[in-house]
Design a protein around this ligand. Structure first.
Ligand code: PLP
Length: 390
C-alpha cells in the first residue's frame, strides 16, 4: 500500500479539516453505489454500532449529512421549545454560534460570558442554574476551538444531572480526541463532526441523546424537519437514513471506525495527546506560551508576542513552507496561532510544522532570542516527546 496517496500540497495542521489517511482516501475514490444495496446496508449497520463506542453510549447515535453546525442545530431543535430559558457558555466563536442559534429558534438565552482562552468553572454553571431555576437547557462546547480551551464536562454534567436542565455538549473537537463518555458522565446530547478527529472530509455530523433528553424530544415544540430525530430514528430502525445516505463518507467512516476499533480508543486519544505535548514542548523553546490555561489536547493555541503579526506568520508558513495552521478569529486575529493535533499526522509532519513555525517567527518579527540553536532545541524537545523519551 502507498504510504501517502497522493502527496498533499500542504502539511495540513489545522483543528479541522485534518489530513485524511491514505486507506480512507482510497475508499472515497471507489465507484458510487446505491444506498439501498445489501453491501451498503451492512456498512451502515456496522457504522451505527461502532459510533456508540466512540460516544461511549448505549443510546443510538445519529448521522446527518451536514457540517458540524448542523449537528449542533439537531441537538438543539430536538429538545427546545420556543421561550425556553437557555444558559449558554460563551467563551469563543463556537459558543457564540450556539447561543445565536438558540435565539434564532426563540429561546430566551442567557450568556455565561467567559474570558476568551479560559474555561468555565462548574460553580458558574451551578450559580446560573440557581439564579434561573427554570433553565431548561445548558449549552457548552467541550473544547472551544477558537481559543483551544477545554471545558470541564464531567464536572458540569455532575451539576446539570441533578437539575431540570439538559446538558447539550458540542464535542466536535473532543469526540475521538479525548475521553468523553456520554453515559457515564451524564451528558444529555453530544455532537461530533466528521472533519475533526474522525479524520474525514467535512459533511457528516453525529448526535446522540440521553434517555432524559429523549423524553424532552417527544414534547419539544421547536419546528424541525430535516433534523427531526424522531423521523431519523424511524428510518434508522429500517436500516436507512432519513434522506439519501452520504454513501462515500459513510463507507470512509467505516474504515476509520475499523481503525479505531483495531487501535483502541485509548491509543487513538494517546496519539493526539502526544502530538499536543510535543507541540507545547517545542513552543516553550521557541519562546511561545499557550493561550489557554487549561488547553484541549485536540489543538494548541499559542499566544504570539505583540511584535509578531500573526497573519503574516501564518501566511509565511503556508507560502514558504507549505504548512497550513490557523490564526485567531475576531478579537484574537493576529494574536494567536492554532495548531491542530487531530487526523493522520505523522511524526515528520509535526517536525516539519515546528521547523516552519520557528523559521516564520524569525522572518516575521523581532524575535531576538530565537536563532538556529533555539530552533534546534525546539525540534529536539518535540522529538523526545514523540519518541516517548520526555
Ligand atoms: C469545527 C467546529 C464546529 C463545526 O463547524 P462546521 O464548519 O459547521 O463543521 C462546531 N463546533 C466546534 C467546537 C468546532 O470546532
Amino acid at each position: 500500500m502507498m504510504d501517502r496517496s497522493p502527496k498533499s500540497a500542504y502539511t495540513l495542521m489545522t483543528p479541522g479539516p485534518v489530513p485524511v489517511p491514505p486507506d480512507v482516501l482510497n475508499t472515497l475514490a471507489e465507484p458510487m453505489e446505491h444506498h439501498r444495496t445489501p453491501e451498503f446496508r451492512a456498512v451502515f449497520q456496522r457504522v451505527m454500532a461502532r459510533l456508540k463506542d466512540v460516544f461511549a453510549t448505549g443510546q443510538n447515535v445519529f448521522m446527518h449529512t451536514s457540517t458540524g453546525s448542523g449537528g449542533m442545530e439537531s441537538a438543539l431543535v430536538n429538545v427546545l421549545s420556543p421561550g425556553d430559558e437557555v444558559l449558554a457558555v460563551v467563551s469563543g466563536k463556537f459558543g457564540e454560534r450556539w447561543a445565536e442559534m438558540a435565539e434564532a429558534y426563540g429561546a430566551r438565552v442567557h450568556r455565561l460570558e467567559i474570558e476568551w482562552g479560559h474555561s468555565v468553572r462548574p460553580e458558574q454553571i451551578e450559580r446560573g442554574l440557581r439564579e434561573r431555576p427554570g433553565t431548561r437547557i445548558v449549552l457548552t462546547q467541550a473544547c472551544e476551538t477558537s481559543t483551544g480551551a477545554l471545558h470541564p464536562i464531567r464536572e458540569i454534567a455532575a451539576v446539570t444531572r441533578s437539575s431540570e436542565a439538559l446538558l447539550l455538549v458540542d464535542g466536535i473537537t473532543a469526540l475521538g480526541a479525548m475521553p468523553l463518555p456520554m453515559d457515564e458522565w451524564g451528558v444529555d446530547a453530544l455532537v461530533g463532526g466528521s472533519q475533526k478527529a474522525f479524520m474525514l472530509p467535512t459533511g457528516l455530523a453525529f448526535v446522540a441523546f440521553s434517555a432524559r433528553a429523549w423524553e424532552r424530544v417527544e414534547r419539544a415544540r421547536c419546528p424541525r424537519f430535516y433534523f427531526d430525530i424522531r423521523a431519523e430514528r424511524d428510518a434508522n430502525s429500517n436500516g436507512e437514513t432519513l434522506f439519501s445516505s452520504n454513501v462515500p463518507l459513510i463507507k470512509a467512516l467505516d474504515v476509520v471506525l475499523e481503525r479505531f476499533a483495531r487501535q483502541g480508543m485509548d491509543a487513538v486519544h494517546a496519539r493526539i495527546a502526544r502530538l499536543a505535548l510535543a507541540t507545547r514542548a517545542a513552543a516553550r523553546e521557541l519562546g511561545l506560551r499557550g493561550f489557554a490555561p487549561q488547553p484541549s489536547p485536540s489543538l494548541s493555541a499559542l499566544a504570539l508576542p505583540s511584535s509578531v503579526d500573526g497573519q503574516a506568520l501564518r501566511s509565511e508558513m503556508e507560502k514558504t513552507y507549505r504548512v497550513t495552521v490557523m490564526g485567531g478569529q475576531d478579537r484574537l486575529k493576529g494574536k494567536i496561532v492554532r495548531i491542530g493535533h487531530m487526523g493522520d499526522i505523522r511524526d515528520e509532519d509535526e517536525l516539519t510544522m515546528i521547523d516552519a513555525l520557528g523559521r516564520a517567527l524569525m522572518a516575521c518579527g523581532p524575535a531576538p532570542s530565537l536563532d538556529e540553536h533555539r530552533l534546534g532545541a525546539a525540534l529536539d524537545a518535540a522529538s523526545a516527546v514523540l519518541a516517548g523519551r520526555a
